[in-house]
Write a protein that binds this ligand. Structure first.
Ligand code: FAD
Ligand code: NAI
Length: 476
């Protein structure tokens, strides 16, 4: 007799495991199929985010930032440190320990919520009157299970270039780039997107000479132009060599490293010799071996499963969430879609405002934003007002040795509704949460300007930027 569930979730990344937990909270019987194996060959929950994405990358960011602080900034505080060294093996072991703690934490949450972890690859085999049948194939063999409702949360994998073989040793995607056994003397990065900048910065802080090659002529095209300009200036000062408008040519690997031919923005040919190369040119949705054809579901021309604004596919009771569907490839977006779908199945009326999903780039300083950029508002022909305030004029930022960056707020010219908030500066990832809440509640810039903010704190910069919208910042 096949195991039957009210809800079957395929994939236990942040989309899938959160959907499973919310569905279980709402009283459904839930099975979650997951096949991920860590480098030790152990099955693990948590998907890309916990195993090879958000969590390990932020652990390395923190280690490398500590190293840089001790080497270059302790002196300002009167602290002298000589001979600081980085033990890469220990740093990686710390990161791996955090990953294990987090992935084991989800196993605990599954047991707590009585979610059945179905270990192996999940593949649709049929649609029956009772629901959908899936075959789960793992180390122990195969079993067929069925679900009245199915949530596809199979995530994404790194996109590779056709002429560049990724071996995750010399030429790496995100998986290898989180595990270099030593600091490369010279590191090449293809793609100046989120991963290229975050991981490029990690290895630069640890001592690598980093060259980032980007195909597009503009730096961080999706980011507000004022912020992108500031970021380019700061990253350049830090020593990241970012080349825009390049065309990648032949890549050769040898015992010595990687040799990469490229044409610069003026068409001049160059060869870059590096010890290791990161290829970070975006991600593609995971739908291999999922058996979509067996239930009459396909993918669109970009490989995504088509869904409506509530993550419903064209089939009844089949939903898809997270990186495998349209929208930003972000863990918190996947999580919110997981909650939304579980609540929809329970007959509730949840809704996501996709305009209020924040973005963060965890460089140093961090970049975070929500809502529209100034260039988008111009393109839409919307009348807006701008307020901007620098961290340089904030006592807490100076005390913390972080005067770089600013908060920029965009508000509607007549109603004053906040349309977008852009932060470049220390802890931008935390500061942006206030702007997200404000936008969810359709707040005006005046609302934030009238709210009492703790002093001294970085959050005062958000308030001052709000006041600056009406040209009444107090400390400038
Ligand atoms: P995933 O996390 O990819 O999980 C999908 C799961 O489905 C996987 O475990 C996979 O094994 C499983 N699966 C696939 N097919 C099957 C099948 N047929 N049967 C069984 N199981 C299957 N986002 C942020 O918001 N903040 C960050 O700081 C951040 N940092 C990142 C850093 C890096 C280096 C990378 C690569 C990504 C980062 N992301 C970040 C993006 C984030 O990881 C993804 O948006 C998020 O993981 C998507 O969640 P998901 O649940 O849709 O898919
Ligand atoms: P990305 O889409 O952020 O950046 C890819 C970059 O590569 C782009 O600038 C693109 O123009 C460039 N590119 C594409 N083809 C190229 C080529 N042939 N030659 C040179 N450059 C080329 O993708 P990335 O960095 O791989 O990250 C994937 C996704 O993972 C992100 O879009 C994001 O959704 C998620 N992520 C989120 C993080 C966060 O929230 N902090 C951190 C890391 C990843």
């Amino acid at each position: 007799m096949a195991k039957e569930f009210d809800v079957v979730v395929v994939g236990a990344g942040p989309g899938g495991y959160i959907a499973a937990i919310r569905a279980a909270q709402l009283g459904f019987s839930v099975g979650c199929i997951e096949k991920w194996k860590n480098p030790k060959g152990e099955l693990a929950l948590g998907g890309t985010c916990l195993n090879v994405g958000c969590i390990p990358s932020k652990a390395l960011l923190a280690s490398s930032e500590e190293f840089e602080k001790i080497q270059h900034h302790a002196d300002q505080h009167g602290i002298s440190v000589q001979g600081a060294k980085i033990d890469v093996a220990k740093m990686l072991a710390r990161k791996d320990g955090i990953v294990t703690k987090m992935t084991k934490g989800i196993e605990f949450l599954f047991r707590k919520n009585k979610i059945t972890w179905l270990k192996g690859n999940g593949k649709f085999v049929a649609k029956t009157d009772a629901g959908y049948q899936l075959e789960v194939t793992g180390d122990e063999g195969s079993e067929t299970i069925s679900g009245k409702h199915v949530i596809i949360a199979t995530g994404s994998k790194a996109r590779h270039l056709p002429n560049i073989k990724v071996d995750n040793d010399l030429v790496c995607d995100n998986e290898g780039a989180l595990n270099f056994p030593s600091v490369p003397k010279k590191l090449g990065v293809i793609g100046a997107g989120v991963i290229g900048l975050e991981l490029g910065s990690v290895w630069r802080r640890l001592g690598a000479e980093v060259t980032v090659l980007e195909a597009l002529p503009a730096f961080l095209g999706a980011v507000d132009e004022t912020v992108a300009k500031e970021a380019a200036k700061l990253f350049g000062k830090q020593g990241l060599n970012i080349q825009l408008g390049v065309k990648i040519g032949e890549v050769k690997t040898s015992k010595k490293g990687v040799s990469l031919a490229y044409a610069d923005k003026d068409g001049k040919e160059h060869t870059l010799e590096v010890d290791r190369l990161i290829v970070s040119i975006g991600r593609v949705p995971n739908t291999d071996d999922l058996g979509l054809g067996a239930i009459g579901l396909g993918v669109n021309e970009r490989g995504f499963i088509d869904v409506d604004e509530h993550c419903r596919t064209k089939l009844p009771n089949v939903y898809a969430i997270g990186d495998v569907v349209r929208g930003p490839m972000l863990a918190h977006k996947a999580e919110d879609e997981g909650v939304m779908v579980a609540e929809l199945i329970a007959g509730q009326k949840p809704h996501i405002d996709y305009n209020c999903i924040p973005w963060v780039i965890y460089t140093s300083p961090e970049i975070a934003w929500v809502g529209k950029t100034e260039q988008q508002l111009k393109q839409e022909g919307r009348a807006y007002k701008t307020g901007q305030f620098p961290f340089m004029a904030n006592g807490r930022a100076l005390g913390m040795g972080a005067p770089e960056g600013f908060v920029k707020m965009l508000a509607d010219a007549s109603t004053d509704e906040i349309l977008g908030v852009h932060v470049i500066g220390l802890n931008a990832s935390d500061l942006i949460a206030e702007a997200v809440a404000a936008m969810e509640f359709k707040a005006s810039s005046e609302d934030i300007g009238r709210v009492c903010h703790p002093h001294p704190s970085l959050s005062e910069v958000m308030r001052e930027a709000a006041l600056a919208v009406e040209k009444r910042a107090l400390n400038m």
